[in-house]
Ligand binder design. Structure first.
Ligand code: ADP
Length: 288
């Protein structure tokens, strides 16, 4: 694989949930069987260095199609680093070197001839802090389809914008003010606008890096509900510092510690019957 270059902030959140006990995985979405178990993203022996820092060590992970996969673990364990490997966002981080193999439906994500812009349309991303463009609500969603030439005309673009806002659970709240600035929405609405923006370019996978960490509990609940709905059409990978959130929204959970992928399995199994002592220690609040 080529070295990734440039810089971006890791922007990590504190990890402690302050929750002494493991969450009740049986109560959440994870209790339902996954829709399908076809592997969408296949990662093998992935190593990431930031200069001398070995941030991810020999990670093997399969992401199943139409599952929500949660990446959990203490702050600094490599969750966001791994998330960014999947759509080559680490390419924009200075001194970051990625090795190993990651395929998306069999296509090598790190093939030098791959169009990274196209890759990031297939594997979209939603960040911690909602980051709408300083444009109207309509233009925020229309931007991607325009630059990718997805819509053939105004009516098709309108249709995409409406469909994306509907899927992001936002249309009803904004239908009368599509020409007003996206930045004027509440935090939770802005995050759903960012999800609509990601959806508008027909992604197959949506990567979410602590998408609720800047939101209040009500806005968080809406995003969590939305994540569960979205998995019908998309494959979702979410980094979360909240074990309760992982239990509520995911079907599979991967636990990282000090750059190692310690354990991955069905969310219910990870939270009720972890195989590794480090996982057990983390979910019972002994460290984190
Ligand atoms: P997490 O998401 O689990 O909190 P990260 O993936 O952000 O962890 O970070 C993993 C490790 O890599 C940490 O030790 C962090 O300090 C380091 N790291 C992350 N981003 C950078 C960067 N841009 N430059 C140098 N080190 C980094």
């Amino acid at each position: 694989m080529p070295n990734a270059t440039q810089s971006a902030s890791a922007g990590q959140m504190p990890d402690a949930d302050g929750q002494p006990n493991a969450p009740d995985a049986s109560a959440g979405a994870s209790a339902r069987p996954a829709v399908a178990a076809r592997v969408k993203i296949h990662a093998r022996d992935v190593n990431v260095h930031y200069g001398d820092k070995h941030a991810l060590k020999h990670v093997d992970l399969d992401v199943n199609e139409h599952d929500v996969t949660a990446l959990i673990g203490p702050s600094g364990c490599g969750k966001s680093t791994f998330l960014r490997c999947m759509n080559r966002m680490n390419d924009v981080i200075d001194n970051c070197q990625v090795t190993g193999s990651i395929t998306l439906d069999g296509t090598d994500v790190y093939d030098p001839s791959l169009d990274v812009v196209q890759l990031r349309a297939r594997v979209g991303m939603v960040f911690q802090k909602p980051n709408p463009f300083p444009k109207s609500i309509y233009e925020n969603v229309a931007y991607g389809p325009r630059i990718h030439g997805i819509a053939r005309g105004k009516s098709e673009l309108d249709e995409i914008v409406h469909r994306s806002l509907t899927r992001a659970g936002l249309l009803k709240e904004v239908s009368d003010r599509l020409n007003e600035p996206g930045t004027g929405l509440s935090g939770g609405q802005q995050q759903r606008l960012c999800i609509a923006r990601a959806i508008a370019v027909n992604p197959e996978v949506i990567l979410m890096d602590e998408p609720c960490s800047a939101l209040d509990p009500i806005a968080t609940a809406k995003i969590e509900e939305l994540i569960d709905e979205l998995r019908e059409n998309y494959t979702i990978v979410i980094v979360t510092h909240s074990m309760q959130q992982a239990a509520r929204v995911s079907q599979r959970t991967a636990f990282f510690h000090l750059g190692d992928l310690v354990e991955v399995g069905d969310t219910e199994q990870i939270f009720t019957n972890p195989k590794d002592n480090r996982t057990q220690g983390y979910i019972t609040g002994r460290f984190g």
